[in-house]
Design a protein around this ligand. Structure first.
Ligand code: AMP
Length: 566
């Protein structure tokens, strides 16, 4: 069941007993951006309204720019309506799951809205999936129709699913070379799909119960599962974020860099939906390419730039960047992975851009939970304040008690953005969503006296050395302080006598050299002996990353053949 936010007024007795509710207010409210209130109503609404509203308000504004081609908001709505009608003619309605197996392009957004308008549910797929991963997600989600691009690689992978699981049809968008798409009973060309008048049958969307998207995630246990995000969940998160940045975003006047992959929840909500809600121009990038991004900054003068820390790290370490390239940016958002304080400092120094703010979220919360304010109250090193309508509890891992400010525990979340559950996985759902709708994130952190959340680590990444807790993030932060370090991952490695030992993998910045001994000496006065890595591996090649660009501990350990016991 979708859960409503706990509000300051609906449960005064409960809130009064809460360690973060003091003198009739949440402790984070005092640091909110001007004009933003914690308990303003967030009405549950269907997502397609965002585009309909934008197409009315900003009809002739550019909606997106991709490979030099632009499209207005009015054109986008017209295309989306025709996609919706084409999909309905193929049988899409409530309860039908449509897969988007697409690299970033206007089609990624247009089909997302087309599926929702037709009444269906979007299943986002990583376009880099190999056949086995694709097949497992398609079977789990019962994807009936798959939308992809007519390139040999993507088409072959999608074709591999036909006649298996529930897949009946494949819609093929034209490849960049513009070659004609060959059709048959199972394959429909995009041009054929949209050959209609756009008069689709508008379904009655029940925002609080209808699933807008099945967003696959490893979650805290690692097994991929589909987080059921309702229209109301995602819409609430869009409202929460847009209200938060109200003072820095002028509706209809902003341009945003769309370099994060739209199949990932961060880009889906923050780049796609929030931009549409505010009538922004989206500069769509096929993938992250440093040169392309620098060109885009110079040519289009974007005002918003959301990305994962690895992207800001790459920009900060790029010798070609100048503060002029970044002069147009009003607001940069980072999240999805820890932003080392040192990388933030280097980014600010190299680019002159002081507008980088860190947020925190997870797939199960659509995703944003906390956000640093776009004001001078932002606190580097913290992931910000709970968004409007959101309560963060810090829970003692053994006793379940609510922790006071400053004390560490599991980060748990109440709010209208918290998912309905995992698709067809009641046991997994029960492990993370409690009876009152509270989400257990599996992250460890604390809330300080001023309401800022500080993440310490993920519970499952915790390293236990001779019974002592070592948080890899603390070790990584210390390593990043070394000026020659560009990337670093710290993880626990099984050890017969100590239980686990701390190991670090480090990639030096271009043109810099580093030795294990040098780094060991550097760490001596920065972290305790128990935290210092027993082994540091210096690698010339970049460390592995997930499709969204987060450094991937999981892939690194797999490459190294290390299996953790916990
Ligand atoms: P996903 O659901 O794949 O987006 O992953 C969510 C996880 O990413 C969270 O549970 C956190 O462990 C991590 N994460 C998200 N944002 C941050 C952040 N700002 N700092 C550190 N870790 C983060």
């Amino acid at each position: 069941m979708a859960q409503a936010a706990r509000t300051a007024t609906s449960s005064p007795a409960g809130n009064a007993a809460h360690p973060f509710f003091v003198d009739g207010k949440w402790i984070w409210e005092k640091n909110y951006p001007p004009g933003v209130t914690w308990n303003a109503v967030i009405a549950p609404r269907p997502l397609p309204e965002l585009l309909e509203h934008a197409a009315k308000e900003f009809a002739d504004n550019i909606f997106c720019d991709f490979a030099g081609k632009a499209m207005t908001y009015a054109e986008a709505l017209n295309t989306v309506n025709r996609i919706a009608k084409g999909l309905q003619d193929l049988g899409v309605k409530k309860g039908v799951n449509v897969g988007l197996f697409l690299p970033n392009s206007p089609h990624s957004i247009l089909f997302h809205y087309g599926v929702l308008k037709a009444g269906g549910t979007v299943v986002n797929y990583n376009p880099l999936y190999v056949g086995r991963e694709l097949a497992s997600q398609a079977a789990d989600s019962k994807t009936a129709i798959m939308v992809t691009v007519d390139t040999p690689d993507l088409r072959a992978k999608a074709d591999g699913l036909l006649g298996k699981a529930s897949l009946e049809k494949i819609i093929l968008c034209p490849a960049e070379d513009g070659a004609t798409v060959s059709e048959d009973a199972a394959h429909i060309a995009y041009d054929t799909l949209v050959q209609n008048d756009g008069a689709f049958n508008a379904p009655a969307i029940d925002a609080e119960n209808d699933i807008a998207v099945l967003q696959y995630t490893g979650g805290t246990t690692g097994t991929p599962k589909g987080a059921m995000l309702t229209h109301a969940n995602v819409h609430a998160n869009v409202e929460q974020v847009c209200r938060w940045i109200n003072d820095v975003a002028a509706p209809g006047k902003e341009t945003i860099v769309g370099v994060l992959p739209f199949f990932h929840v961060f880009a889906m909500t923050v780049v796609m939906h929030c931009s549409i809600r505010l009538g922004k121009k989206i500069l769509i990038h096929h993938k992250f390419d440093l040169k392309d991004v620098l060109h885009s900054l110079k040519a289009h003068k974007p005002t918003f730039f959301p990305a994962v820390p690895a992207v800001f790290n790459a920009l900060a370490n790029c010798p070609d960047v100048t503060p002029e390239d970044f002069a147009s940016l009003k607001f940069c958002i980072t999240g999805g992975a820890p932003m080392p304080a040192d990388v933030q400092r280097l980014f600010e120094e190299k680019t002159g851009c002081k507008a980088l703010r860190e947020a925190y979220g997870l797939t199960e919360a659509s995703p944003a939970v906390t956000f640093n304010p776009p004001t001078d109250k932002a606190r580097p090193g913290s992931v910000g304040l709970p968004l409007p309508g959101t309560v963060v509890d810090i829970v003692h891992p053994e006793t379940g008690a609510l922790q006071p400010p400053g004390e560490k525990g599991e980060v748990c979340v109440h709010g209208p953005q918290v998912m309905k559950g995992y698709y067809n996985k009641e046991d997994e759902t029960a492990r993370v969503i409690e009876a009152d709708g509270r989400l257990r994130t599996g992250d460890v952190g604390y809330i300080d006296e001023d309401g800022f959340l500080h993440l310490v680590d993920r519970l499952k990444d915790l390293i236990i050395v001779r019974g002592y807790n070592v948080y890899p993030r603390v070790v990584e932060e210390a390593i990043y302080l070394h000026p020659a370090v560009e990337e670093c991952i710290v993880a626990g490695v099984p050890d017969d006598t100590r239980g686990e030992t701390v190991r670090a993998w480090v990639k030096p910045a271009a043109g810099k050299t580093l030795t294990e001994g040098e780094l060991n000496t550097f760490l001596e006065d920065k972290i305790s002996a128990i935290e210092r890595p027993r082994k540091i591996i210096i690698r010339d090649e970049p460390l592995p990353k997930t499709a969204v660009g987060k450094l991937s501990k999981k892939d690194l350990l797999a490459q190294e053949g290390i299996e953790r016991k916990r």
